[in-house]
Write a protein that binds this ligand. Structure first.
Ligand code: UDP
Ligand code: MG
Length: 308
């Protein structure tokens, strides 16, 4: 008998958490019928609504349910990481609370895991209920990420996936702070396979990923897995240096002519490049600062359903 841990990060999901709980429980029936057991690990990422109370009620009647509550909102990727820290399963599944990732796919993932795969990631065939803007930016972003990194991060995937215990342990041992979970899952390696699914629309409520959080996640993907941005900077510096040298020679030859407007434009251009360069370096430096500070990833306020 194997234990399957299902991690559900939750941030202000009172409108749908009850329905999600029922649907996940139903979807796990084939797992139970096959002789396995499961634990449902909710991570309450500092919700301000009734999510905590509702989940705590599930735990009263259902021994599969466990709850970890953060002292405040630490973010989705940290919530998933906390779930992995507390998961006791032989396989660990990560799924969103809003049912955009259909839990019925979990049984399929378990089958693949039994075939010997260590990471079974959900690959989105279609994305319902998402704006053209989000689809376009996601597609462009994954293209850039792919060309920037040597780690093979599959396109059209989110965090919806099953990982084996050894992958979970390997990922837990990575202490980095600005976590990009799907990247870390690729980084650890092992045999990986996709299971295709149609991404549904959010069951209720609004997205908990406003543009600001989305940009932060996108930046973490690039700056945690690639040095291409600094190399681009170095190349730009070299070429601009050559250009400047040639420009200097031209200026010596045509000294009597004065082009104040062009001079101004050129100054603005190079100032822009320099500031951009400082910004890119800043992205790496703030991440180094986070590592040096070595604060814990999250602070737990309460745990329910754990034996300790
Ligand atoms: N979430 C979280 N902390 C956050 C934001 C989101 O735990 O700060 C959870 C949220 O409750 C959901 C999952 O992460 O279970 C994905 O969020 P959402 O569906 O809003 O993202 P989207 O699908 O719109 O990208
Ligand atoms: Mg969603």
């Amino acid at each position: 008998m194997s234990l399957i841990s299902v991690i559900v990060p939750v941030y202000n999901e009172e409108e749908l958490i009850e329905q999600s709980y029922k649907r996940i429980t139903d979807a796990l029936l084939p797992v139970v019928q096959a002789g396995d057991d499961y634990e449902l690990l909710f991570v309450n990422d500092g919700s301000h609504d009734r999510s905590q109370e509702i989940i705590a009620n599930f735990a009263k009647t259902d021994s599969h349910v466990k709850l970890i509550s953060f002292s405040r909102n630490f973010g989705h990727q940290v919530a998933v990481s906390a779930g992995m820290d507390h998961a006791g399963g032989d396989a660990v599944v990560i799924i969103d609370a809003d049912m955009q990732d259909p839990p019925e796919v979990i049984a399929e993932m378990v089958v693949k895991w039994r075939e010997g795969y260590d990471v079974v990631y959900g690959k989105r065939r279609k994305r319902a209920g998402e704006s053209a803007f989000k689809k376009f930016t996601a597609a462009t972003y994954y293209k850039i990420l792919k060309s920037f990194t040597t780690v093979d991060i599959p396109t059209d995937t989110g965090d919806f996936r099953l990982i084996s215990r050894r992958v979970c342990l390997a990922m837990r041992s990575l202490p980095e702070h600005n976590r990009y979970v799907r990247g870390l899952a690729s980084w650890v390696g092992f045999r990986q396979v996709a299971v295709e699914f149609d991404r549904e629309a959010r069951m209720a409520g609004e997205t908990k990923y406003p543009l600001k959080k989305m940009i932060k996640l996108a930046m973490d993907g690039i700056f945690s897995f690639s040095y291409v941005p600094v190399r681009m900077l170095l190349n730009a510096g070299l070429w601009l240096g050559v250009l400047g040298f040639l420009g200097g020679i031209c200026a010596l030859i045509w000294l009597p002519y004065n082009f104040p407007v062009i001079t101004f434009a050129i100054c603005m251009f190079f100032t822009g490049i320099i500031l951009m360069g400082m910004g890119i370096l800043g992205e790496y430096i703030t991440r180094i600062t986070d590592e040096v500070r070595a604060r814990p990833l999250y602070v737990v306020k309460e745990k329910i359903g754990f034996n300790e």
